[in-house]
Design a protein around this ligand. Structure first.
Ligand SMILES: [Zn+2]
Ligand SMILES: [Zn+2]
Length: 344
């Protein structure tokens, strides 16, 4: 049973044609960015791997242009050599030679996002169970002003602090997580949003919340709220913004420069009673297994183990990061056990 879960996530369910992919729940409340992420989900693993390579090349060029040679070198080295544990068709685990940990690096972003998920999901599940609260996804927005990314982020975070200090908020919410999302419009204005997973104590009138948000911001009452049916999917959605701040391929040198200035800015955090809960929370074996299954099961796999998806023996394949998209491509279109040999 566990193996099935692992397998489902580790390999792309779209391997036999993008059309068959099961759709994420429809974005009843949001705008084009959600549509865009859905489009991203529809792409195959090879397409996404290729996209990551292009993004990194773009970042490297920008870094060189800014004279940030060391950063450029680090991004270039990151995931440039891979040790891939595979049955030839499915990938159980990828171990990179080096990780740059740069916030905009798409490879490191994926890892960061997985780490956040395995850290917070067990706590969220336990918190919900102990407190009988239901999770909602709340998106708080603010008006657009001529300001830099740092100012824009500070403004919305300060407004949120005011909101969660007031009695209305505390009556209805028992805590949760927040994450920042940055986008930029055609006129170069920053759109900074806060994505909140809020643990709701009881129902409330959304208009009241709009009023409270208007009081907190001084000029914006725009927010979106939807219930979270599956907490794992809800968390995945909000950490996505942390791991992938915006469309980096449209980044110019100025954007990168500005981002380098944000080095220590927090993009994700917890608040309220959930925050205290996380401090003391130790997942039990069951809770840990329910969530950390991905990471821990994959970590236990070694050469010779059975592939979690097809039970063929796993073997270690060395390749360069640039070869990964092609490998995915072959794997996506091959019958079981037929890919590996040509890569040795
Ligand atoms: Zn990296
Ligand atoms: Zn397999």
């Amino acid at each position: 049973m566990k193996q099935l879960t692992l397998a489902t996530v580790l390999t792309n369910p779209v391997s036999n044609g993008a059309q068959s992919q099961r759709k994420p729940s429809p974005p009843a409340y949001l705008d084009t960015r959600v549509t865009k992420s859905q489009r991203e989900n529809k792409r195959t693993r090879s397409q996404r791997a290729r996209e990551r390579l292009r993004t990194k090349e773009h970042l490297t060029r920008l870094a060189v242009g800014l004279g940030e040679v060391e950063l450029a070198h680090k991004i270039e080295r990151c995931h440039s050599r891979l040790s891939v544990l595979t049955c030839g068709r499915h990938i159980a685990r990828i171990i990179p030679n080096f990780t740059c940990e740069f916030r905009l690096c798409p490879d490191c972003g994926r890892r960061r996002s997985r780490k956040l998920q395995s850290k917070y999901l067990p706590a969220m599940r336990a918190f919900m169970l102990h407190n009988k609260v239901t999770p909602v996804h709340l998106v708080l927005t603010q008006t657009h002003r001529k300001e830099n990314r740092k100012q824009s982020a500070k403004r919305i975070k300060d407004a949120f602090k005011r909101l969660h200090r007031n009695s209305f908020w505390n009556e209805y919410f028992k805590g949760g997580t927040w994450s920042l999302e940055f986008t930029k419009d055609k006129n170069g204005l920053h759109h900074t949003h806060l994505h909140i997973i809020g643990f709701r104590r009881k129902f409330f009138d959304i208009e009241l919340l709009r009023g409270e948000w208007l009081t907190a911001t001084g000029d914006s009452h725009v927010l979106h709220l939807k219930p979270i049916v599956d907490i794992a999917a809800g968390l995945r959605e909000v950490v996505k913004y942390v791991s992938k701040p915006l469309d980096i391929r449209r980044f110019g040198a100025d954007d990168l420069k500005e981002f380098l200035g944000l080095k220590n800015m927090r993009m994700f955090g917890t608040f309220g009673e959930f925050r205290d809960f996380c401090k003391d929370f130790e997942p039990s074996d069951n809770e840990g297994a329910a969530v950390g299954e991905l990471e821990s099961l994959a970590r236990d796999l070694v050469e010779g183990c059975a592939c979690p998806q097809c039970s063929e023996p796993l073997f270690d394949l060395r390749m360069s990061g640039k070869e990964l998209p092609q490998f995915y491509e072959q794997a996506e279109s091959s019958p079981p056990g037929k890919v590996g040999t040509s890569w040795n």
